[in-house]
Design a protein around this ligand. Structure first.
Ligand SMILES: Nc1ncnc2c1ncn2[C@@H]1O[C@H](COP(=O)(O)OP(=O)(O)OP(=O)(O)O)[C@@H](O)[C@H]1O
Ligand SMILES: [Mg+2]
Length: 274
C-alpha cells in the first residue's frame, strides 16, 4: 500500500481584496518528512499555513491535513496539528514550566506537571523552567514555544519561520529540535526565508513565488537546475541560494506593507483579519 501524504494541497487560491496572494498552490507532504516552503516577504507563506491550520478559508482549491479536509473537517484537522506561529505564543509573565502546564491543562491532559517536566528536559530548559519567560533569550523562548506546540503529540506540526531573529547558535539548537521531531515520525511543514535552514533540514523544498509553487524537489534536484560553476579545475555546486535567486530573481517580490519591526529586532504582532 502506498502511504497517503500527510498533507495534500490542490489548487489553493486566496485573495485579500483585489490582491491575489495564492494563485493555485499544489504540493504533497509525505508523512514523517520535513517540507520547507521558501518564499520572499509577502509571498504568501503565512497565508498558506493559516489555511492549512484552518485559521483562514481558501477562496478555491482543496487541502487535506492528516487525511481530513481543512474546509469540511476543521475540528479534526485542529486535533491533528500544532501551529507555531511567526510570532511566539509564550506568555512572558509565566515561567516556562507554567506556560507548559497551562497548555496541558487546556488540552485536558492527565498529569500536566509531568508533561511539562518532560518537555523542559527534552528542550534543555529544566534549569530555566521556574524562571519567567520574559527573562529567556530568543532561542530559549522559541524552544519553549515549540515545546508548547508539542503538547498532546500532534502527528503534524506547522512551524512558521521557526528561527527568524535567532542567532546562529540558537538556530542550530532549534534545527536539532526539529530534526528530532521528524526522526520520531512527526510530519513537519516549515516556512523559512533562510535558505540554509531549508538546506539543513528539509527532505523536500518548495519555492512559493507569485502565488504558485514554481519548484518542488529535494535539495539535490533543485541544485541540478543550475549547471555547476567551474572554478579552475574544481567543480563547484550551486548553493540553494544560487538556485533560489536564479528562479525568483535577485529582487524577489517584496511586501509593500510597512514592516513593524521593533528596535530590539523582535517583530510586533500583526493585526490579522479573519
Ligand atoms: N489578513 C490580511 N488582509 C490583507 N492582506 C493580507 C492579510 N494577510 C496577508 N495579507 C497580504 O498577503 C500577502 C502575503 O502575506 P503573508 O503574510 O502570507 O506572506 P509571507 O510569505 O508569510 O511573508 P513574510 O515572509 O513577511 O512572513 C502580503 O502582501 C500581505 O500583506
Ligand atoms: Mg509569514
Amino acid at each position: 500500500m502506498i502511504a497517503e501524504p500527510a498533507i495534500q494541497v490542490r489548487g489553493i487560491e486566496k485573495s485579500f481584496k483585489d490582491v491575489q496572494v495564492l494563485r493555485g498552490v499544489d504540493f504533497d507532504v509525505k508523512a514523517g518528512s520535513i517540507f520547507a516552503l521558501l518564499g520572499s516577504n509577502g509571498a504568501g507563506k503565512t497565508t498558506l499555513v493559516r489555511i492549512l491550520s484552518t485559521l483562514l478559508k481558501a477562496d478555491a482549491g482543496t487541502a487535506t491535513v492528516h487525511h481530513f479536509d481543512v474546509a469540511a473537517k476543521p475540528g479534526d484537522v485542529r486535533e491533528s496539528i500544532s501551529l507555531t506561529g511567526q510570532f511566539a505564543a509564550v506568555d512572558e509573565v509565566l515561567s516556562g514550566r507554567e506556560n507548559l502546564v497551562l497548555i496541558a491543562k487546556l488540552r485536558h491532559l492527565k498529569d500536566p506537571g509531568a508533561i511539562a517536566d518532560d518537555l523542559l528536559a527534552r528542550f534543555s530548559l529544566t534549569e530555566a523552567g521556574s524562571r519567567k519567560a520574559a527573562t529567556y533569550s530568543g532561542g530559549m523562548r522559541r524552544r519553549l514555544d515549540i515545546a508548547m506546540s508539542l503538547i498532546g503529540n500532534p502527528p503534524i506540526i506547522f512551524l512558521d519561520e521557526p528561527t527568524t531573529g535567532l542567532d546562529p547558535q540558537a538556530r542550530i539548537e532549534v534545527w536539532q529540535t526539529i530534526k528530532k521531531l521528524a526522526d520520531s515520525g512527526t510530519t513537519v511543514l516549515l516556512t523559512t526565508q533562510y535558505l540554509e535552514e531549508a538546506e539543513q533540514l528539509a527532505d523536500r523544498i518548495a519555492i512559493l513565488h507569485k502565488g504558485t509553487i514554481i519548484q518542488n524537489g529535494t535539495l539535490t534536484e533543485l541544485k541540478q537546475l543550475l549547471p555547476p560553476a567551474k572554478v579552475e579545475y574544481v567543480e563547484k555546486q550551486p548553493s540553494l541560494e544560487d538556485v533560489f535567486l536564479a528562479l525568483v530573481g535577485d529582487t524577489g517580490e517584496t511586501d509593500t506593507t510597512a514592516n513593524d519591526d521593533r528596535p530590539d529586532g523582535t517583530v510586533a504582532p500583526r493585526k490579522e483579519s479573519r
